[in-house]
Structure formats: structure tokens, C-alpha cells
Design a protein around this ligand. Structure first.
Ligand SMILES: [Zn+2]
Length: 115
């Protein structure tokens, strides 16, 4: 299965978490295999980093979260990086093992402190 190879300065249309729409991005860095690892939004200049084609983090956020780990115990206000939902912030601890996390403008209930 041949994957598309990208080159630096190429334009890619992807979802921008800051603009909240699909917008043109410029490829800033690529791997040896031609997979982009960093894209810059042409509209808002937000830098998004990718790993294996999956968005890992978005730039211009003061405190990038560490990766979500359900065994960890989280506190309100803590930043989280979720493999699927991206960058989020803990809005409230609902129960000792449940919390509401805001990803972009979507609130999601996640579990935490699981042993
Ligand atoms: Zn943007």
C-alpha cells in the first residue's frame, strides 16, 4: 500500500482546531518516509504536530498536556492530550473516577484514576 508522500511547503487541507474548519495548511516538516509531522495553518498560523498521520498536539497552547492515561488521577484545570480527541482541559471532576474534559468546544466524560 503506497502512502502519499509529502514535501515541505506543500499545501494540505486538514481540520484546524483553532479555525474549527478544514483549511489550507503548509507542510513544515516531513519524515524520511514523506509523512508530514508538522503543519502550519495558513489562516491562523497555528502549528499542529502529527505522528504517523495522527494529530498529536496543537501549538500556541501555553501548557501542552501530557498524554491521557486512565490510571492517572487528574485535577481540575489540568491539560490532557488525548490520542483521538486531541488537546483538552479538565473542566470538572464528576466522581472520584470520572471527569469532564473539554476538547475544542466538545465536552467529553472520561474515566481516570483507574487501577
Ligand atoms: Zn487555523
Amino acid at each position: 500500500m503506497a502512502k502519499k508522500k509529502y514535501t515541505i511547503d506543500e499545501k494540505v487541507e486538514v481540520m484546524c482546531s483553532m479555525c474549527d474548519v478544514e483549511s489550507n495548511h503548509t507542510v513544515a516538516t516531513v519524515t524520511k518516509l514523506g509523512q508530514f509531522t508538522k503543519l502550519i495553518c495558513d489562516t491562523c498560523a497555528t502549528v499542529s504536530t502529527y505522528k504517523s498521520g495522527v494529530k498529536k498536539s496543537v501549538g500556541m497552547i501555553a501548557k501542552p498536556g501530557s498524554e491521557y492515561d486512565r490510571t492517572r488521577k487528574y485535577r481540575k484545570g489540568q491539560a490532557i492530550l488525548h490520542a483521538t480527541f486531541g488537546q483538552g482541559e479538565v473542566m470538572a471532576i464528576i466522581e472520584p473516577q470520572k471527569m469532564d474534559v473539554l476538547f475544542g468546544d466538545q465536552m467529553r466524560r472520561l474515566i481516570h484514576a483507574q487501577n
